[in-house]
Ligand binder design. Structure first.
Ligand SMILES: Cc1cc2nc3c(=O)[nH]c(=O)nc-3n(C[C@H](O)[C@H](O)[C@H](O)COP(=O)(O)OP(=O)(O)OC[C@H]3O[C@@H](n4cnc5c(N)ncnc54)[C@H](O)[C@@H]3O)c2cc1C
Length: 544
């Protein structure tokens, strides 16, 4: 017996879930229940862009998963932060707005996914966006919910980085988001009036009062209920009781690339072997659930600095920090309204590539230890990211209980030709060249990573195994496609079932060349249109 029923039940109020909740409730005749495991996004640190430093490790708003030991990284488990609040990961992310390269989406279409090429997705990138700087209308959007802009006052060190890149004849790029992102520049960010433009702030807050939208927080869905091959609703525990909500039209799973496969598997949908290991009865065999996990892997080139120009905590910077708290408190201005990861570039590290294979993110802070964003002292680094990785991992279960974290294994550097590792070696060598340019002479202190002793390719590889880390862009675990390992079709319907879609970063068949929030939001915008169109044609078929 169900306690309540809705036309659509959306699991997860992250980047994708917030978009869907907004678009589907545009029709007042349709009602929607949005169910989120985390709490409301109340902390001011979520909304203040520089609060990103804290959100990366905030146990209330971040699931803070760890992988199993990564065999090619000296058996180190790696950190997998994921948002756990309204807005999901867009409420804890670095706010870089990066759509990716046009080839990324054309490749999805070439894999047989009709309607997913760059030209098909461009209208949805535009629909989502309100761009404060680009008003051409052809590439960028005006009037959309997601605010995109250049920071008014990025940290000065970003300009030093740009000067260094230019001195090496790197191509300055006027716009990273026009289809080809090769080049160097200041990033566009998802910030509005000094506040994070999370999916919750952009899509949910303005429509919270719609009578046809119910938002439940603090509710972790145990499983999707199946009846005769159709998703009939969801089940969760509340106050020690098992509760159910029925979906009259569809259940839409938007729990992200780590937890969407978890929820499917807990519902008996997935790889039979994996399910039986945990005593879960197979309802629908789909071997691809949790497979095809892709993630960007990175390693840093990092220097200390004798100057206090970069962001950092030091006696010299304390008055500046105090002043910036006042400035932010009285008008959301100053450095606390900045997102810390403010410039960078994309390069091709060898001939013959059709798009960049490395992203370099310039971070004007001293890292302290790998994975940290800010520590006592001043420094700067370039994080080199392999943006077209070939290695693939898996998301599995650690038990049949939704309260236990899923088992994540990225399987980094496992591609048979070793290309991921060699790409990162080339990327690090290139970043070292940029940071050795005269523009940095005034700021350069001791090398932290890689230490000066790292010179040969073998030493680089060893350094990478020890110091590489993720940049928090997992995708692909419920991939869209036509082959046996595909989980959803190109209308994002779970193959072989009815009334169930997956809409989030997990449906990407291949990872995009850059950060993954903007493409996830565009996916959800497109999915909303497809869901509405399918509902219309079902009604027409019934009345015909
Ligand atoms: C620290 C960090 C930094 C990043 N930086 C950037 C950046 O600068 N730029 C960029 O473009 N991208 C960035 N990303 C990536 C980007 O934010 C994500 O790709 C994007 O938000 C993914 O959206 P999603 O909808 O797939 O999942 P999410 O936004 O993660 O949403 C999933 C939601 O589902 C909820 N949920 C999970 N399981 C259940 C359940 N069983 N029941 C109910 N609810 C559930 C979760 O709590 C979460 O709210 C970053 C990510 C992180 C974590």
């Amino acid at each position: 017996m169900s306690d309540q029923s809705f036309d659509y039940v959306i699991i997860g109020a992250g980047s994708a879930g917030c978009v869907l909740a907004n678009r589907l409730t545009e029709d007042p005749k349709v009602n929607v229940c949005l169910v989120e495991a985390g709490p409301r996004d109340k902390s001011p640190l979520i909304h203040m862009p520089a609060g990103f430093i804290r959100m990366l490790f905030h146990p209330t708003y971040n699931w803070m998963f760890m992988t199993s030991p990564e065999v090619n990284m000296k058996d180190r488990p790696t950190f997998v932060p994921r948002g756990r609040t309204l807005g999901g990961s867009s409420s804890i992310n670095g706010m870089i707005y990066m759509r990716g390269h046009r080839r990324d989406f054309d490749e999805w279409a070439e894999l047989g996914n009709n309607g997913w090429g760059y030209d098909d997705l461009l209208p949805y990138f535009r629909k989502a966006e309100h761009n404060e700087n680009f008003k051409d209308g052809k590439v960028h959007g005006q009037g959309g919910p997601l605010n995109v802009k250049y920071l008014e006052s990025p940290n000065k060190m970003n300009h030093v980085f740009m000067e260094a890149a230019t001195s090496l004849q790197r191509r300055p790029i006027p716009d990273f988001n026009a289809g080809d992102n090769e080049g160097f520049g200041i990033f566009q960010v998802t910030i509005k009036d000094g506040k994070r433009s999370s999916a919750a702030n952009a899509y949910l807050k303005p429509i919270m009062k719609r009578p046809n939208l119910t938002i439940m927080t603090g509710v972790q869905v145990n499983r999707i209920l199946l009846e005769n091959g159709r998703a009939a609703g969801i089940e969760f525990k509340q106050g020690g009781e098992t509760r159910r909500i029925a979906a009259r039209r569809e259940v839409i799973l938007s729990a992200g690339a780590i937890q969407s496969p978890q929820v499917l598997m807990l519902s008996g949908i997935g790889n039979s072997e994996e399910l039986s290991k945990h005593g879960i009865a197979v309802q629908h065999s789909l071997p691809g659930v949790g497979a095809n996990l892709q993630e960007h892997i990175s390693a840093p080139v990092h220097f200390m600095s004798p100057r206090s120009t970069s962001y950092g905590i030091s006696l010299a910077s304390l008055p500046k920090i105090a002043w910036n708290f006042i400035k932010y408190g009285f008008g959301r201005k100053g450095l606390l309204g900045n997102n810390i990861v403010e410039s960078g570039g994309f390069i091709r590290t060898k001939p013959g590539l059709d798009r960049p294979d490395i992203q370099q993110i310039f971070v004007p802070t001293h890292q302290g230890k790998p994975g940290q964003l800010l520590a006592w002292g001043h420094g700067y680094r370039v994080t080199c990211v392999v943006v077209r990785p070939k290695s693939k991992g898996t998301v599995g279960l650690s038990s049949g209980n939704v309260g236990d974290p899923p088992k994540v294994h990225f399987n980094f550097f496992s591609d048979p030709d070793g290309e991921d590792m060699e790409t990162l070696v080339r990327g690090l060598k290139d970043a070292r060249r940029v940071l050795a340019a005269p523009a940095f002479d005034h700021y350069r202190g001791a090398a932290v990573w890689p230490p000066d002793s790292v010179q040969t390719d073998g030493q680089y590889r060893d350094f990478i195994r020890e110091f590489s880390s993720t940049v928090f862009h997992p995708v692909g675990t419920c991939k869209m496609g036509r082959d046996d390992m595909a989980v959803v079709d190109d209308r994002l319907r779970v193959r072989g079932l009815s009334g169930l879609r997956v809409v989030d970063a997990s449906i990407m068949p291949t990872i995009t060349t850059g950060n993954t929030n903007a493409p996830t939001i565009a996916i959800a915008e497109k999915a909303a249109d497809m869901i509405k169109a399918d509902a219309r044609s079902q009604t027409e078929a019934r009345t015909a």
